[in-house]
Design a protein around this ligand. Structure first.
Ligand code: ATP
Ligand code: MG
Length: 256
């Protein structure tokens, strides 16, 4: 049975999509069966997995509106080694359309129940908001992975996310927990980042992953080739860190 994780942080540009596609590729690389779900109308995780968002016959939008199953709508990214349930701008409309429907926050969960036996991991890339789309992700998941930069204000936005997760846990999904904070775009030359990285670890302990993702230009270049860094340049420092993170996740789910 798959373990299902949301990659979420309502702050924009913190590395959610980079984390989702590279973790998916890293997990595939170490032999895990992975489904990556793009819940962001920007469709960056779709494009970044080598799937053209403009040519999707079916997408996560169709799944949320129950006009397609995940098996029908997901496609295999052969280069990346994982399945992709893609998204494009159409998904922006789902927000409004879902409002009128029953069980609107549990649509994705219901659809996922049919395919959990097919995968070891399901990773959900969330948009930078705490919207109905993110809520669908949180209601489906066993845990949340929170990428964050080691900056002075890093923790500020976290309060809203933590409160949302607490509410979802209390009212909609008893299984949901924060699996961990992932330190990303880390630059060891910047003293402040070192300090914040260490403070996070000493303050949150086990809730901070051991792996640290460095700032690495190859990770930033990879999306323009329609690939995760892990596939685009496996020898890059950032790619190696994501494979290490994949191994850490494989160990982590053994204790869940
Ligand atoms: P959004 O909130 O818009 O969905 P996001 O949280 O998904 O953004 P990304 O798109 O993953 O963030 O990353 C933002 C930018 O930072 C991108 O240009 C990405 O290539 C770059 N980036 C992410 N991680 C790294 C890294 N470790 N090293 C260098 N660049 C990175
Ligand atoms: Mg993103």
């Amino acid at each position: 049975m798959a373990k299902i994780f949301c990659v979420a942080n309502q702050k924009g540009g913190v590395g959610k999509t980079t984390t989702t596609v590279n973790l998916a590729a890293g997990l595939a690389k170490v032999g895990q069966r992975v489904l990556m779900i793009d819940l962001d109308p920007q469709g960056n995780a779709t494009m970044g997995s080598g799937v053209d968002k403009r040519k999707l016959p079916l997408s996560v939008y169709d799944v949320l509106l129950e006009s397609a199953s995940i098996r029908e709508a997901a496609v295999l990214s052969e280069k990346c080694g994982y399945h992709v349930l893609g998204a494009n701008r159409e998904l922006a409309g789902a927000e409004v359309e879902l409002v009128a429907l029953d069980h609107r926050e549990k649509r994705l969960k219901t659809a996922l129940s049919e395919v959990v036996a097919d995968y070891d991991f399901v990773l959900i890339d969330c948009p930078p908001s705490l919207s109905m789309l993110t809520l669908n992700g949180l209601c489906s998941a066993h845990g949340v992975i929170v990428p964050m930069q080691c900056e002075y204000f890093a923790l500020e936005g976290l309060t809203d996310l933590v409160n949302t997760i607490k509410q979802v846990h209390a009212n909609l999904n008893r299984e949901l927990q924060i699996i961990g904070l992932l330190r990303v775009m880390f630059d060891p030359r910047i003293t402040l980042q070192q300090q914040v990285a260490e403070q996070l670890k000493s303050h949150f302990g086990d809730k901070v992953f051991n792996t640290v993702i460095p700032r690495n230009v190859r990770l930033a270049e990879a999306p323009s080739y329609g690939l995760p860094g892990v596939v685009f340049d496996p020898s890059a420092k950032g790619s190696q860190a994501f494979v290490e993170f994949a191994r850490e996740m494989v160990e982590r789910i053994k204790t869940m």
